[in-house]
Write a protein that binds this ligand. Structure first.
Ligand code: BDR
Ligand code: CA
Length: 320
């Protein structure tokens, strides 16, 4: 059993990652923290709590609200992908009587900030706690700045982010989580605790089509199945308009799958750097992944392959 802290800018695929993590017996989700990214942290926090409430779980992990602004650059969001509410505009859906299908959740948050919660939990589980950031790395970087000695006791960071041998999804060269806070990403890579990156190169191999989702849900009418349909609809429409397939990527679920089923993934070691300043390529992750190349000492493990079908089969087996 691995103890994890999930750090998320809860949008559509983040919600799927939360559901998968909480249904993974190999993991003990000690806490979930929010951060600005897909939308402002206030909405991300609401979406996180809404996801937990919809799951109907008895025991909540500790949840904390995180940072609202990246370390240096102004906040950029991805509401064009995740909806204005960050959760596929599901908060706009109404029942027949006019009430909201997904009302605002109970504000079940700890009083301390995400940064302080991260620092506290690493202190509680030194050399044991795995951090799983699936949004911009602002909270993690701020925790490292505030309490470096404590943060050196993080066991590993397994993050979703980066694009190496593929195009970015914000700019030609940059993936969203790294683009949104490139300075935080560079700081985390420089810090010296083990980092594993799950980049777009891998997450783009796992496509969740509307057809597959419908087939897997089948006749189910439970609240979570309805939620899965409702939150993915807008982003599937977005990909239909932009790329011609009715479906979506489930980026943030991949690091969870890597923790529970490492045998499905292919990984190489690399020295990864982040472009922080250029107007043209800010947020680009740079590494030479060729095995035969002499290169600087690796500072990260980078996922380069996944057994997509086996991952998806396990994903559905667990979330439904
Ligand atoms: C990442 O960016 C966000 O929009 C997604 O939630 C995911 O974490 C993919 O680039
Ligand atoms: Ca995310």
């Amino acid at each position: 059993m691995q103890r994890i802290l999930l750090d998320t800018d809860t949008g559509v695929d983040d919600a799927l990652a939360i559901i998968l993590a909480l249904n993974s017996p190999e993991l003990k989700v000690e806490a979930i923290t929010s951060v600005s990214g897909n939308v402002h942290v206030d909405l991300c926090t609401r979406n996180l709590l809404m996801t937990l409430e919809t799951m109907g779980i008895d025991e909540y992990p500790v949840c904390a609200r995180g940072e609202s602004q990246p370390l240096i650059k102004p906040l950029v969001t991805a509401s064009h992908v995740h909806g204005l509410d960050g959760i596929g505009d599901a908060t706009q859906l109404l029942r027949d009587d006019g009430s909201r299908l997904y009302p605002d959740p109970e504000p079940r948050l700890t009083a301390i900030s995400a940064v302080d919660l991260i620092i506290d939990l690493v202190g509680q589980y030194p050399d044991e706690l795995v951090l799983v950031p699936v949004g911009p790395l602002t909270n993690i970087a701020k925790a490292m700045i505030k309490h470096p000695a404590r943060m050196r006791r993080v066991r590993e960071i397994v993050l979703m982010g980066g694009a190496f041998e593929t195009y970015g999804n914000v700019t030609t060269t940059a993936e969203f989580n790294i683009f949104a806070d490139p300075h935080a990403a560079q700081l985390v890579l420089d810090f010296g605790v083990p980092v594993t990156m799950v980049p777009l190169d891998v997450t783009h191999q796992v496509m969740l089509t509307g057809k597959r989702l419908n087939a897997e849900i089948g006749e189910r009418t439970d609240r979570l199945s309805q939620f899965l349909r409702d939150v993915t609809r807008a982003t599937m429409g977005y990909h239909q308009d932009l790329e011609g397939f009715y479906g979506t990527y489930i980026h943030d679920a991949l690091p969870i799958g890597l923790l529970t089923h490492p045998e499905l993934f292919e990984i190489v070691e690399a020295f990864v750097q982040v472009e922080t300043s250029s107007d043209l390529t800010q947020g680009m992750t740079i590494a030479d992944l060729r095995p035969e190349k002499p290169r600087p000492k690796p500072n990260a493990r980078v996922c380069v392959g996944v057994n997509a079908e086996a991952f998806l089969a396990n994903f559905f087996d667990r979330i439904l």
